[in-house]
Design a protein. Structure first.
Ligand code: FES
Length: 141
């Protein structure tokens, strides 16, 4: 094998490794942010979010039993909930102003879970939300 071919293969392998490892590294950073918040859990197919934790319009929670954070949107007259898992390759999606952004390959979603920009093609998973006495319950099963 000549030197230029060896250099080409070496560079190609480095690019492939970066493409494979970057989304995982970004997901780890994304989940680090969520570790600072109280952890909730799935029980009987539901996640109970106490009212005291719902301070802002956009609330992201790490939930034991869900593969990615849960987004709870507090609207004036209702709540919406989405799984912050990109529908392209499953990386955790982050809140970015009034949109949701995937750090892996640039997909963007609106606050109704719809795709604004690909490569993702499918909307985020949406969950039903019930208002209960001490907060809201999100039906995830
Ligand atoms: S995982 Fe590829 S854009 Fe989100």
């Amino acid at each position: 094998m000549n030197q230029s071919r060896r250099n080409f293969l070496s560079a190609a392998c480095t690019l492939c490794a970066a493409a494979v490892l970057a989304p995982a590294a970004l997901a780890a950073v994304n989940e680090e942010d969520d570790d600072k918040k109280p952890k909730l859990k799935v029980e009987d197919g539901k996640v109970l979010i106490p009212a005291a934790l719902i301070a802002e319009k956009l609330n992201s929670f790490k939930v034991k039993g869900l593969p990615r954070p849960l987004l709870l949107i507090k609207n004036p007259d209702a709540y919406d909930a989405y799984l912050l898992k990109c529908t392209h390759m499953g990386v955790a999606v982050k809140i970015d102003g009034d949109e949701l952004a995937c750090p892996a390959h640039g997909s963007r979603f609106n606050l109704q879970g719809g795709v604004i920009k690909g490569p993702a093609k499918e909307p985020l998973t949406r969950y039903k939300v019930n208002v209960v006495t001490d907060g809201v319950e999100v039906i995830v099963a």
